[in-house]
Design a protein around this ligand. Structure first.
Ligand code: SF4
Length: 479
């Protein structure tokens, strides 16, 4: 029977890295080494040119260079493993060097978000007027440095501010990675050892928190013995029942998670978690089916073999990357069928600067959610979620009201974040999320054009909200 999506099982393939001029002589042993991968990451246009040679035309290198100078919110950092999945040429002949290859490279979904070029971005509205650096206000909700307490029973612990790979759309662009010409990154003030101690002290003193997302950055960049030391101390806190380790490197640098010391160390952590009845999981971040290679599946299985209870994927929904039911379902089946990674969430891309070309409207996200229902097992059918500022994750169909003309959706919440203890309106207020302006009908676009300096108005609103929150905190401390 014909169906809108036709399922077929596809074996995973590791693209041959020796097809790329700079890696012609790289051996299997080198490729499998996490150390070799880290030492050969591509960090700038010169290094990309050394790998790709004349496969790519000069126009592309100039386009990339311009983006790095004028738009990029993340610096370039690509492990060979990830670069090798661009234009993988696994089921079609490799395009000819020059124009044909460059065209294929430009159209590649992994390239589109890991190596953004200036010509990818919109010129009408490169940023939404209400886009902000820390669009989820995680920093505002730090209970200790790097520990975001946004939901009643769970926290996010940002242990470090680096990753083995930097994604162009990173929602933590405020803090994560090296500064770019456009963005000077925040720095942690405290020494890591003091920060971790402060986080653990807060968790010890706050028994209503039962779930910790141990993140960054990416925990794969933390020396294993430091990460293990933190996790063992975390597992000593009786009230912690769920620990989730966040690492995109399971896909971007699977060699790290296959290293002997890491697998053994994870075995020790998982055994401790099991003996204390704590659920230990890994959450990864894969956005395109071609990123799921045999090495990624091997790393996932090594972690499950070491005793991790579950591995789940939290992808990001992006235009040009995974914006069709086919792209989403192909990815979900590659994860679920071949790598034992459960498709879990797709987040709508957050409202950070220069992300408009990736962002999709709520209506588009709702359409995609509808289109992917019914193909995967229910437990592996990902929810597409909108992370609404000051609210948190909401399924895209949970919207309260939706003004499609102006691209404004209104959301409610059922709990207070850690900064709203004395805010009596927090649970009755509407919180707004904005569609990309170029997706609106002409009347809506004209309305936005007529708003003048909407960004300044937004800044004023945010400042007054911050002042009222500070006042309520002051009042609370006087009671
Ligand atoms: S791995 Fe995660 S934290 Fe690191 S750059 Fe990518 S999205 Fe940001």
């Amino acid at each position: 029977m014909a169906q809108p999506y036709s399922y077929r099982r596809r074996p995973l393939v590791e693209p041959d890295w020796r097809r790329l001029p700079g890696w012609r002589d790289v051996t299997q042993t080198q490729w499998a080494s996490a150390q070799w991968q880290r030492a050969h990451c591509v960090k700038n246009v010169r290094q990309l040119r050394e790998v790709m040679g004349d496969l790519l035309s000069e126009v592309f290198y100039a386009d990339l260079e311009r983006d790095q100078a004028q738009r990029a919110t993340m610096s370039m950092l690509l492990p060979p493993q990830m670069l090798n999945t661009m234009v993988p040429a696994t089921d079609s002949p490799m395009p000819a060097a020059g124009t044909a290859y460059t065209r294929a490279f430009m159209a590649d979904p992994v390239r589109r978000y890991m190596l953004p070029a200036f010509s990818d971005r919109r010129t009408d509205w490169p940023s939404h007027p209400h886009a902000t650096r820390d669009s989820l206000h995680e920093h505002d909700m730090w209970a200790a440095e790097g520990l975001t307490h946004r939901y009643p029973t769970k926290v996010l612990a940002e242990l470090l501010s680096t990753c083995p790979q930097y994604c162009g759309h990173c929602t933590r662009m405020d803090l994560v990675g090296n500064s770019t010409p456009q963005v000077t990154k925040l720095k942690f003030d405290l020494k890591p050892v003091d920060r971790y101690a402060a986080m653990l002290a807060y968790l010890q003193a706050t028994p209503q928190v039962r779930d910790v997302v141990v993140s960054g950055g990416d925990v794969a960049n933390m020396p294993w013995k430091n990460l293990e030391g933190f996790l063992i101390r975390l597992l000593e806190i009786d009230t912690i029942r769920d620990v989730r380790l966040a690492t995109k490197a399971l896909m971007g640098l699977p060699q790290h998670w296959l290293a002997e010391d890491v697998v053994e160390g994870m075995g020790r952590v998982a055994a401790t978690a099991r003996s204390r009845g704590v659920n230990l999981a890994i959450h990864t971040h894969v956005n395109a089916a071609q990123s799921v290679t045999p090495l990624v599946a091997e790393a996932a299985k090594a972690m499950l073999g070491a005793g991790v209870g579950a591995i789940r994927n939290q992808g990001v929904l992006m235009r040009g990357v995974n914006d069709s039911p086919e792209a989403l379902l192909d990815l979900c089946f590659a994860l679920q069928d071949e790598a034992m990674i459960t498709p879990y969430y797709f987040y709508m891309c957050d409202m950070i600067p220069f992300s408009e070309h990736w962002r999709m409207s709520l209506a588009e996200a709702q359409h995609l959610q509808h289109a992917i229902m019914g193909y995967l097992p229910g437990f592996a059918t990902p929810r597409i979620v909108c992370d609404v500022p000051f609210v948190g994750k909401r399924w895209v169909h949970q919207v309260d009201e939706y003004d499609r003309e102006h691209g404004m959706s209104y959301w409610r919440k059922n709990y207070r974040t850690s900064i709203e203890g004395a805010d009596t309106e927090a649970l009755s207020r509407d919180y707004v999320y904005y569609d990309p302006i170029f997706t609106l009908p002409e009347s809506g676009q004209a309305w936005w054009r007529s708003q003048g300096d909407a960004a300044a108005a937004h800044d004023a609103a945010v400042a007054s909200a911050a002042a009222s929150r500070a006042a309520s905190r002051r009042e609370a401390s006087l009671v």
